[in-house]
Design a protein around this ligand. Sequence first.
Ligand code: WAQ
Ligand code: MG
Length: 265
Amino acid sequence: MRASQEGRGEKQKTSEIHISGAEGLYTLSEMQRMLRGYIERALHHPKGKPDTITLTLEKVRQEPLTISTLPLSTVISDSLSEARKISGNMLRALGISKKALRSAFAVLQKGNMRGAALISAEKGMRLEHDRRRGVRVSRLGIAKPALRILSSRLARLGINIDTVKEALILASKVASSSRVIAELCISDDPHYTTGYVASSRFGYMRIPGMKQKGRKIGGRVFFVQEGSDIDPIIQYLERTPVMVDHIGPCKGIQQAEEILDSHNL
Ligand code: WAQ
Ligand code: MG
């Protein structure tokens, strides 16, 4: 599903505003219920009322790959600058250059992309073909028994909400791509200020307070190994069906240092 609003003003066509997007892998019997949910979500989004809702349904023939969710944790900070510093330190520990970080935060600060930016880990180059759209991770889902386990583990932490579940599933697919070193995300919903840094090495680290309340900035950046051939990466993220069938550990609040120590290779 994708919902958008026509831009106001002169540059009508080029200033389309992205309202909401969602995707999943479902059985035929789940389809109608899911579609209703997607339409509901598009119509009642905090970013505003859409002018266009596009629904695309595709039969997937390929048997999905199965993955586990990344280990989840939350790191608390006192301020926006502290929160961003935590994310930056984690990314630096993963080998992302300062230049690539600057480039990533510029993308998130601008917002309004449907998908994610691909940024090379050293030179900080934007690599995706369409910079307005970005790379849209799709064909991902979670098996029902795994969803039940995930929901109960998140409920214990008081964070059993769709936003967390969907982001964790997406980040786990992204991290399963061997060429993606890390992901940085800030929600574009004005009132959702928690973001995360995800990587196969350190897991899914949630960071509350990554932006000021009420702002529509946000987005996603996937940091890829310098010199990677990007087409197979995009193909994997956008087209290869991947289902979560195992749930990794879901921890509560941790110190960033604990995460850096405990998951170290
Ligand atoms: N593929 C690539 N990029 C995407 C996708 C996708 N399927 N969906 C969203 N994006 C990009 C797009 O640029 C959005 O503007 C941006 O990410 C943010 O999307 O643990 O809610 O759906 O508490 O607003 C993270 C923290 C929440 C969850 C993320 O993202 C937690 C969130 P949103
Ligand atoms: Mg959003």
